[in-house]
Design a protein around this ligand. Sequence first.
Ligand SMILES: Nc1ncnc2c1ncn2[C@@H]1O[C@H](COP(=O)(O)OP(=O)(O)O)[C@@H](O)[C@H]1O
Ligand SMILES: [Mg+2]
Length: 244
Amino acid sequence: MIALKEVRKEYLQPNGERLRVLENITFEIAEGMFSSLLGPSGCGKSTILNLIAKLDRHTSGDILVNGNKIGFVFQQPRLLNWRTVTDNVALPLERDNSDKRGRRELAVKYLDLVGLSGFENYYPLQLSGGMQQRVAIARALVIDPDILLMDEPFSGLDEFTARKLRQELIRIWRETGKTIVFVTHSISEAVFLSEQILIVSQKPATIFKRVTVDVPYPREYGDLRLFEIETSLTRDFLEMNSER
Ligand SMILES: Nc1ncnc2c1ncn2[C@@H]1O[C@H](COP(=O)(O)OP(=O)(O)O)[C@@H](O)[C@H]1O
Ligand SMILES: [Mg+2]
């Protein structure tokens, strides 16, 4: 579904110098998979997502993405505060020539999927941060994307809300079968959510390691197997940092 081969990315900085952010990124993601990109702040995770979404261009290497429709969820919900929740979710559909009623119906369906039935006519600022992020997830799903890209979507939330939303995300993923690429700097979050974790090194980034989390869903917080994988990933990070 997604394949990156020897991808390199350099940014031109305001002083005219080039900053190499991605050195050599190679990985593959199969259709329907839940994968995470895990790495420290500033290592280039968002850059990788932006390249997959074709929001930016890579410097060299190959990027293959099977699927034209991509849903994106950011760290901040990025809602329009003067529009109702339903009208926010329906927004990406307005590019099509669909009728307003059809758009509303779809929006309401996806609001239900993210657990927001009854809040259709609320405005974003009347909702909690976690609920706003649910709206953002519904907005990303309403176009029925082939791929859902999520850039630290829960890192602005308190841990209790984040835990709840992670469980909900897994339910939604299993109900919809979407291919999800999830970016995080949290080891425990990556382990809880993912089938595969791609560990991104400090910039200029490479994929330091690919780890499979072979634990069935739905997963429980505090599962010993998850904890063991977390511990071994923590060791990987120590090793990775001592190599540089
Ligand atoms: N448009 C840009 N122009 C110049 N430098 C950028 C740009 N976007 C990101 N960078 C730099 O690239 C590096 C990686 O950024 P980013 O992909 O956002 O990392 P992460 O998401 O892992 O925190 C950072 O050093 C950042 O300052
Ligand atoms: Mg980022």
